[in-house]
Design a protein around this ligand. Structure first.
Ligand code: ADP
Ligand code: ZN
Length: 712
């Protein structure tokens, strides 16, 4: 078995041209019958690593997967690509199970998905013993580790595989990367010197954006308004939040739902299904949502509140853009969120509360950062990025600095003179000279810096104080009413006039502003293409409803985007679109080609010039039985142009019934002449050699024919 076979299967079955980084090496390792461990982020393309070997090798691959919903999804997707895959689990009737067993014995199945429980049953072992197995794939392998977050005890018994089937390779796959888990996987499965593949956890297609948490609802409404047809998730901290946000979206006529663990199973199921089927665009949810959802066309994820830690953040944004197409992650961040989270975590009596708090610190630093956010994110997971990513808010709008010494001194002085008894809100009011009762009662209006910062808005003050906090000039006494205290570094600025650089507020604001306008410009440019994209999306939805599968099973967003951009109208060109394999083409190719043709047709009627549409119109007429002469008259173009169109399409692989272009006799004559003259062909010489009996147009077609059929 070699990689050429694998690559052919990749194209034929899945419609993809290239393996992603590591996929080829992993497949080779499996072909070499080595045990293999794969660590790849969600959406990285793990499934293909065992599916391609399963399809290309003799026999069947057993896939152990912990979640029934995931199994169902993968099996559906495989079936739709023409692969014989089935699953066995407790949700099926005895008859169904027997039928499947029958198929296994007859060697008709290439991939069999089972739950860990099923795998361990003695009855199933009997089946395994009688079947030809080429590979065991343990998906979500981190479930084997008690350290992980999804520990499944049944997974730890999976060691029997290596004992009973010593010669069959095992591949274990997970998106959880830490070392302990990795070691557990190898130990528990009893893998023999496995090849370990760790791919980058970067998801460059997801843009990262952190925004101040003021007026979130307004910001969110605007954001969604620009993306009305896209699917997205809004993660909120509390159940109540999810319902509130959802209500506000519904009031604006958006298709939204909410999801949290307080709902009954039926309600949750409904929301999830509606979301999968593109009937619901937005789900406002707690972190309970998303586990076991394989929807590949989630286009954006918003964090309404700061997540508790980087692990959670990474996992949640990872639910966007699994198809590899452009996706967005927006995080709203306010200081209040941090305080609330800190309180929740501090009340937690468990011994790892300390760790939780320091994890919160890390994500706060991430949200506050003025350097490339992806760098910080990846470095948290032990990876380093050479260059700035160019796809986060900081990279897109690098901050500008100014000498902030005096401003810092004003704030520090006010903290000092109120004897470190005030929190952030009150301090800002003092600096801005508010007449709040609390201020007057405490005589804070008497201190020297009262009103010294009246020229700065309270919003800007918040941002400034956050910067001071992150630069370590001040700290917050979490154990004492969250009052602000001055650190040693702060004292150096206040008393020793140590210089302090701050990031310009204008650049923070400009950044938000620019982010807004950028979105607008972009969506305008995309709208032209979006029209066709929408047509295709609707078609996908209709087909999905008819077939009773989620739309993304039919084609991914990335595939539709490529179709909308490339506008393939021939079988040949359609096959060049990533994600269009043979079975997919057979099932849906014609529907999509017709949709594109229809779209191009309406566009040319309305006078909009579309690239390539002329060729297509010629082809349409030709296929409807027009001769080249008739097309020339009908379309009011030169006969030569008609020939050029058809010859070019033919050369690019379009099937064309050429008999109306050139007679068999003429073709034979010309080809004989071509063989006599040899390459390079010169039209004029050929024309003369054929005694001027065959037109240039026909000779050109004959050359294309020669290259394709005779010489090719
Ligand atoms: P994972 O299991 O790692 O979360 P998947 O196997 O579901 O990821 O793959 C994520 C998406 O990427 C799927 O839509 C899949 O079809 C696509 N994909 C996988 N490999 C390739 C490839 N070589 N070229 C293009 N798309 C790919
Ligand atoms: Zn960046």
């Amino acid at each position: 078995m070699n990689l050429t076979t694998a690559k052919a299967a990749l194209k034929k079955t899945f419609g993809y041209d290239e393996f992603r980084p590591m996929q080829a090496d992993i497949i080779q390792s499996i072909y070499d019958k080595k045990d293999t461990v794969v660590l790849m982020p969600t959406g990285g393309g793990k499934s293909l690593c065992f599916q391609v070997p399963a399809i290309t090798m003799e026999g069947m691959c057993i896939v152990v997967s912990p979640l029934i919903s995931l199994m169902k999804d993968q099996v559906e997707a495989l079936n739709d690509n023409g692969v014989d895959a089935v699953f066995l689990n407790s949700s099926q009737s005895t008859e169904e199970q027997q039928h499947i067993e029958e198929e296994i014995y007859q060697g008709r199945i290439k991939l069999l998905y089972v739950s860990p429980e099923k795998m361990l049953s003695t009855q199933f072992l009997q089946i395994l013993k009688q079947a030809t197995i080429n590979l065991f794939a343990i998906d979500e392998a981190h479930c084997i580790s008690a350290w992980g977050h999804d520990f499944r005890p049944e997974y730890t018994k999976m060691r029997f595989l290596k004992n009973q089937f010593a010669n069959i390779p095992v591949v274990a796959l997970t998106a959880t990367a830490d070392k302990i888990t990795r070691k557990d996987i190898v130990d528990q499965l009893g893998l023999a010197e496995p090849n370990v593949f760790i791919s980058s956890f970067d998801r460059p297609n997801i843009s990262l954006d952190v925004r101040p948490g003021q007026k979130r609802i307004e910001q969110i409404l605007e954001f969604i308004n620009q993306r009305r047809k896209q699917a997205g998730i809004i993660y909120c901290l509390s159940r109540k939040n999810t319902e509130d946000v959802c209500r506000k979206l519904l009031a604006k006529g958006m298709k939204a739902g909410f999801y949290h663990a307080g709902m009954n199973a039926k309600e949750r199921d409904r929301v999830q299904t509606d979301f999968l089927n593109d009937n619901l665009n937005v789900v406002c949810a707690t972190v309970a949502f998303g586990m076991g959802i394989d929807k590949s066309n989630v286009r954006w994820v918003i964090h309404y509140n700061l997540p508790k830690n980087m692990e959670g953040y990474y996992q949640e944004i990872g639910r966007a853009g699994r198809d590899g197409a452009k996706a967005e992650a927006v995080l709203f961040y306010s200081f209040r969120d941090v305080t609330v989270l800190r309180e929740i975590l501090s009340k937690n009596e468990s011994k790892n509360a300390e760790i939780q708090l320091s994890k919160l610190d890390r994500i706060q630093q991430f949200a506050d950062a003025h350097i490339c956010r992806r760098k910080i994110l990846l470095s948290y997971f032990g990876e380093s990025l050479d260059k700035d990513c160019g796809n986060c808010d900081v990279c897109k709008n690098p901050p500008q600095h100014f000498d902030g010494t005096v401003i810092c001194q004003k704030a520090l002085s006010a903290i000092y003179r109120t004897r470190e008894r005030v929190g952030m809100g009150l301090l800002i009011d003092i600096l801005r000279g508010s007449r709040r009762r609390e201020i007057l009662q405490n005589g804070f209006d008497q201190i020297k810096t009262y009103g010294a910062g009246g020229d700065i808005t309270s919003y800007d003050w918040q941002l400034l104080l956050l910067q001071m906090l992150n630069s370590g000039l001040i700290e917050i006494a979490y154990d004492y009413h969250n009052v602000l205290r001055i650190t040693e570094a702060g004292k150096a600025v206040l008393f020793d006039n140590k210089k302090m650089q701050l990031v310009k507020m204008t650049s923070v604001k400009e950044r938000q502003q620019k982010a807004k306008t950028k979105v607008k410009v972009q969506s305008k440019r995309e709208r032209v293409r979006d029209e066709l994209f929408e047509v295709l999306r609707q078609l996908r939805k209709d087909l999905a409803r008819k077939r009773g599968v989620p739309p993304y099973i039919i084609f991914s967003d990335a595939t539709l985007e490529e179709m909308a951009a490339e506008r393939p109208v021939t079988e040949f060109d359609m096959h060049r679109i990533s994600g269009v394999g043979e079975k997919k083409f057979a099932q849906y190719g014609e529907d999509f080609i017709n949709a594109i043709l229809g779209f191009i047709g309406t566009q040319s009627q309305s006078g909009t010039k579309v690239k390539g549409d002329s060729q297509v119109l010629t082809l349409q007429l030709y296929n409807r039985g027009f001769t080249p002469d008739q097309i020339s008259i009908e379309r009011d173009i030169q006969l030569g142009t008609v020939y050029n169109h058809l010859t070019e399409l033919y050369a690019r692989g379009q099937k064309i019934d050429w008999k109306k272009l050139i007679s068999k006799k003429e073709l034979d004559l010309t080809i004989q002449q071509l063989e006599r003259s040899g390459e390079p062909f010169r039209l004029k010489e050929l024309h003369e050699a054929l005694e001027g009996k065959i037109s240039y147009d026909r000779i050109k077609f004959a050359i294309a024919y020669y290259h394709k059929v005779v010489a090719g």
